[in-house]
Design a protein around this ligand. Structure first.
Ligand SMILES: *Cc1c(COP(=O)(O)O)cnc(C)c1O
Length: 424
């Protein structure tokens, strides 16, 4: 089945007389007939549900669809994209371990790594995603447990060369984790280029309607943890909290996701509500139609913006003259990577603000990647505490506007941008 059909029919497969739509199992708990049946679930000896903090059948049906879309063997939904990134790393790392990450990642992920996980004793080295394999390899240490990157970085738009990062990681014997939020598996499937684990903020295009926050982790099943029993002792060695069970021995290719459920969800929570999983599934049913339109409209708008004399610069990897255009052609289905771009207005911060305030159709919101077109000015919003000099050091020019192109008629969006440009 193609990705388009899987968007509609992946996951929940109703049998005779069963509901066509995935049922919402709004229940914290599940009933059993004997004490032993329940005990077997607690020991992970039998499959089944017992408490929704660990797993819920509605969530699992939707996770199964995302696993199929990515071409993976198993997936788990989380309550946010942040929870997905946290669990993806904590499933492999503990205090004293080290991670190599692309420096071009979502700001929230950067804070999670550089501040919060660092406080827990996990060390991070950030590398330029455009660095050579030899330069990236230099960042790896004996205690490195994984390499992390973002397919299309939010907001910088930098495109990750997945095969390059995978090669370096595999040569060393660690997996590559890729945040594939912006392209979604419809436009890019990182496993095909060597990534081992994929994470998502389903909050963005997968939900697609600004209706709920969520995340997902998918395992390709390709990384052989048992080849490195000491490095990945958490997956290979006996887990004392499950009477000495080894995840790899007991669950094979499902080991990573079973551990995320049985260990991290059990201890840290962060499960999404089954109703949110239901809403996510509604979004997924049209993802293939929506994301292509987002990407196509963004390219139309980017080409138009580039021709405007009052626009200083446009950064969008879908543009033929983008330094990432070749990589997009190699890694993506189609030549436009997503619906999000950045651009600057001549005259800097003040002009950019005046321009944004003049927009009528395009809204000012923090979010990106949903049906409504929107803009954000990092210098006034997400990064407002920084001076112009500090912004430049962080790679965010003071005039930078992030534009997320929605599902409206692109000509209406261009008309709105045009009237706002005329007012400055
Ligand atoms: C939004 C976002 C996240 C975080 O997701 P939340 O659901 O907001 O926690 C992670 N990665 C990327 C690329 C994002 O755009």
């Amino acid at each position: 089945m193609t990705v388009d059909t899987l968007c509609v029919q992946g996951g929940w497969q109703p049998k005779k007389g069963e509901p066509r739509q995935v049922p919402v199992y709004s229940s914290t708990t599940f009933r059993y007939e004997t004490s032993e049946q329940m005990a077997d679930l607690f020991d992970l000896k039998a499959p089944g549900y017992f408490y929704t903090r660990l797993a819920n059948p509605t969530n699992d049906q939707v996770a199964k669809k995302i696993a199929a879309l990515e071409g993976g063997v198993a997936a788990i939904l989380t309550s946010s994209g942040q929870a997905a990134s946290t669990f993806a790393v904590l499933n492999l790392c503990q205090a004293g371990d080290h991670v190599v990450s692309s420096a071009q990642i979502y700001g929230g992920t950067f804070n999670l790594f550089a501040v919060s996980l660092k406080k827990l004793g996990i060390d991070f080295t950030f590398v330029d995603p455009d660095a050579s394999p030899a330069e990236i390899a230099k960042a790896l240490r004996p205690n490195t447990k994984c390499v992390f990157g973002e397919t299309v970085a939010n907001p910088s738009g930098v495109v990750l060369d997945i095969a390059k990062f995978a090669k370096v990681a595999h040569k060393f014997g660690v997996p590559l984790i890729v945040d594939n939020t912006f392209p979604t598996p419809v436009l890019c499937r990182p496993f095909e280029f060597g990534a081992d684990i994929v994470t998502h903020a389903t909050t963005k295009y997968m939900d697609g309607h600004s209706s709920q926050v969520g995340g997902c982790i998918v395992d390709s099943g390709n990384f052989d943890w048992s080849k490195y029993p000491e490095r990945f002792a958490g997956l290979v060695a006996p887990d004392e909290s499950y009477h000495g069970l080894s995840y790899v021995k007991a669950f094979g290719k499902q080991a990573y996701i079973v551990k995320a459920t049985a260990h991290l969800m059990r201890d840290f929570g962060s499960i999404p509500s089954p109703f949110n999983a239901f809403l996510l599934n509604l979004g997924l049913e049209s993802l293939h139609v929506r994301i292509r339109r987002h990407a196509e409209s963004a390219l139309t708008v980017a080409k138009w913006l580039k021709k405007q004399p009052k626009v200083a610069w446009v950064n969008f990897a879908g543009l033929p003259d983008s330094p990432y255009h070749k990589l997009v052609k190699k890694q993506f289905n189609g030549t436009s990577p997503c619906g999000v771009m950045t651009f600057g207005i001549k005259g800097g911060r003040a002009k950019s603000i005046k321009f944004m305030d003049a927009l009528k159709v395009i809204g000012i919101v923090t979010h990106v990647a949903d049906a409504w077109s929107c803009v954000l000015h990092p210098a006034s919003h997400t990064h407002r505490q920084l001076t112009d000099a500090q912004l430049k050091a962080a790679g965010i020019p003071p005039d930078l506007i992030r534009l997320s192109v929605g599902l409206e008629d692109p000509q209406d969006l261009i008309a709105d941008l045009k009237q706002a440009l005329a007012k400055i």
